[in-house]
Design a protein around this ligand. Structure first.
Ligand code: MG
Length: 340
């Protein structure tokens, strides 16, 4: 069954400039991938090229060109196909994640079942998703919290020069649970000094307080933490990273754009569980293709932050929804994503 690979660059716009500790912007480019079999069945996937991890649109396109000559003769051989993609496109987890997603979508469509069902999962077990508030001035923060009305949990980006002001502004307008992501933007001293402040404001989870390589420091923050779990994102990309971080953290954040494969995401969950870690699923600013792919394994995780498409104003696709935080998974075959 010969497969054909097509791709297109899609530009997304966030409602507000989306700003984290290392900067931000309003327009975001992703690459949408389509694998089409000889019966015309299409599998869809999406690549988010994160500059932080050395990726670019050009790099994704080059990786897809390399993969074009290595498409599987049998799309059901997901393991073999992904091994092949790692060989021909080692430099782009984003491109491999898109190909993996497209193959899974295609296989699900050919089998007539949604991915979550093929994986034996119960959609009702997916945790509620948070909604992210990026770094901003107090009046914009108040506006964003108001816009997040239907979401029961907020994730707050910190690592700015006015973190206390941001927390104070949010707490003045809402008593929702809040989680904090410093995106590697703090020093050890700053992080440890912030812990009682986070506690005072009722923060329930702290993500990536320090630069990814400073595991000793992250461990020190965790030891000093007044019961707030410390989760790493930038420190943990794939399953083989987990044994090295396990002693220093309470949990890991899995993202398709980092791990480059839905099968790898499942391996990360198993590996993290074997180390007794809490498991979070996160996302980038992405369309409903990538968000839905991650949502399909959300029933296996403890914490979800799958608001990437919800932060945009022009998502061209419809897939997994978020209804008052509850992730709703499509029941149609494969990913269950359609054009808006
Ligand atoms: Mg993060």
């Amino acid at each position: 069954m010969a497969l054909r690979l097509e791709h297109e660059v899609v530009t997304l716009h966030t409602r507000h400039p989306f700003i984290i500790a290392r900067g931000g912007r309003s327009d975001w480019q992703v690459v949408v991938v389509r694998l089409i079999d000889s019966d015309g069945v299409e599998g869809w996937g999406e690549a988010y090229p994160s500059g932080y991890y050395g990726e670019s649109i050009e790099g994704v396109q080059a990786a897809l060109t390399a993969a074009r000559g290595a498409l599987p003769a049998n799309p059901f051989d997901l393991e073999g196909a992904e091994a092949c993609f790692r060989k021909v496109a080692p430099q782009s987890a984003a491109a491999r994640g898109a190909l993996s997603t497209a193959l899974h979508d295609l296989v699900g469509k050919r089998m007539g079942q949604p991915l979550w069902r093929l994986w034996g999962l119960d959609p009702a077990r997916a945790p509620k998703s948070s909604f992210t508030v990026g770094i901003d001035a107090p009046e914009k923060i108040r506006q964003k919290v108001a816009e997040a009305g239907q979401y029961p949990i907020l994730k707050i980006k910190l690592g700015s020069d006015h973190d206390e002001e941001i927390l104070k502004t949010i707490r003045a307008v809402t008593d929702k649970p809040i989680r904090v992501d410093a995106n590697a933007g703090w020093t050890r001293d700053r992080a440890i000094a912030m812990l009682p402040v986070l506690k005072d404001y009722g923060v329930e989870l702290l993500e990536q307080p320090l630069p990814p390589a400073d595991l000793e420091g992250i461990g020190a923050v965790r030891r000093a933490s007044p019961g707030i779990p410390v989760v790493v994102d930038e420190s943990c990309l794939v399953a083989t990273d987990i044994p090295a971080v396990a002693a220093y953290v309470d949990g890991i954040n899995i993202k398709l754009a980092k791990c480059g494969s839905l099968r790898e995401a499942l391996r990360m969950i198993a590996t993290a569980r074997a180390h007794g870690l809490l498991v979070m699923v996160g996302c980038m600013i992405e369309t409903s293709i990538a968000i839905t792919a991650a949502a399909h394994f959300a029933p296996l995780v403890d914490v979800a932050d799958l608001d990437g498409a919800a932060l945009t104003v022009d998502d061209p696709y419809v897939g997994a929804g978020i209804d008052h935080g509850q992730i709703t998974l499509p029941t149609s075959p494969g990913l269950g994503v359609r054009r808006r």
